[in-house]
Design a protein around this ligand. Structure first.
Ligand code: ADP
Length: 295
């Protein structure tokens, strides 16, 4: 099973080109869709989830024509949107059971088994009788995954799931997701590089509605090997470095900016080579892209 997106485009009525000829082949496993805010990730996720229309292009999940056979797709789709409302005054177990009824699982003992298994899978079994009102952000997101898995989906779409989670909760969430990938196409949309680094075997970076890079994260990182250098500088020097070098990121380290630059050759000047990371890849793509646009 593969998800094939071919030349998908969408322009909103205000003229914003949210998707511009997006083409991606997504196999089973975890696929990371990485891009800054406003890149078009949610527009793509909503289109794949049949919640909004594209202007042109096609999407196929196996034999299913996603843009046309919406009902067929919905039967094999699990979707965790960026924000979803929960009834606060009932327990996770009761609500999940209720969703299972809505999904047409009418046999009571089968339903109870499924609800139990999903609560265990998402590490919520111990707290299944608590009202959702008392759940933390991470627990709510894991509940979101549990409800998205009720119909044993072939396509699971998870839109910015770790935004707002603390590192411990984020890790728990990663653990739940990492169990899922093998037989399902899982698309994880995020602006957090670590989400992709930890979980995904394939990825794409999108910016301003276009795919700027796609492939296997390890290969992509390998391509930058030997080209990333770093230096800790003084704050007032930053503009000068930006003029003279291809600065792809700047981070504070013990109060001082540490910059990463891209260079095909050793720049000298106090720079030292560093192992390239997915973060470097991401920032270099975004950097290249904004430069192309402004030139
Ligand atoms: P992301 O999820 O990557 O942050 P979005 O898909 O939400 O990106 O947005 C892509 C672009 O489309 C942004 O410039 C956003 O402002 C714009 N946009 C999103 N939804 C709408 C809408 N309903 N009407 C008009 N513009 C929109």
């Amino acid at each position: 099973m593969e998800l094939i997106i071919d030349n998908l485009s969408k322009t909103y009525s205000n003229g914003i080109k949210a998707l511009q000829n997006i083409s991606l082949e997504i196999p089973t496993g975890m696929f990371g869709l990485l891009g800054p805010n406003g890149a078009g990730k949610s527009t793509l996720m909503r289109t794949l989830s049949t919640l909004q229309e594209a202007d042109s292009g096609s999407v196929f999940l196996g034999d299913i024509d996603v843009l046309k056979q919406k009902n067929e797709l919905r039967q094999v789709l699990g979707y965790l949107p960026q924000q979803f409302g929960l009834y606060p005054k009932i327990s996770a177990e009761v609500l999940l059971n209720h969703f299972a009824v809505l999904k047409g699982i009418s046999n009571k003992s089968e339903r109870q088994e499924l609800v139990k298994a999903l609560l265990q899978k998402t590490n919520l079994y111990e707290v299944r009788q608590q009202n959702l009102k008392g759940y933390s952000g991470g627990m709510k997101q894991r509940f979101g995954i549990a409800q998205a898995l009720l119909n044993n989906p072939k396509l699971l779409i998870v839109d910015e799931p770790t935004a707002g989670l603390d590192p411990v909760e984020r890790n728990r969430f990663y653990n739940v997701l990492s169990e899922l990938g093998e037989h399902t196409v899982v698309i994880l949309s995020t602006h957090i590089v670590d989400d992709v680094k930890e979980l995904c075997t394939n990825m794409a970076i999108i910016n301003q509605g276009q795919v700027c890079l796609k492939g296997n994260p390890l290969h992509i990182i390998e391509d930058l090997k030997g080209k990333v250098y770093k230096k800790t500088i003084e704050k007032p020097e930053l503009d000068l470095y930006k003029q003279n070098y291809q600065v792809i990121s700047e981070k504070l380290f013990l109060g001082k900016p540490t910059i990463h630059i891209l260079s095909d050759t050793d720049p000298g000047d106090g720079f030292t080579g560093v192992d390239s990371s997915l973060e470097d890849v991401y920032f270099s793509q975004i950097f290249n892209y904004s430069n192309l646009k402004s030139n």
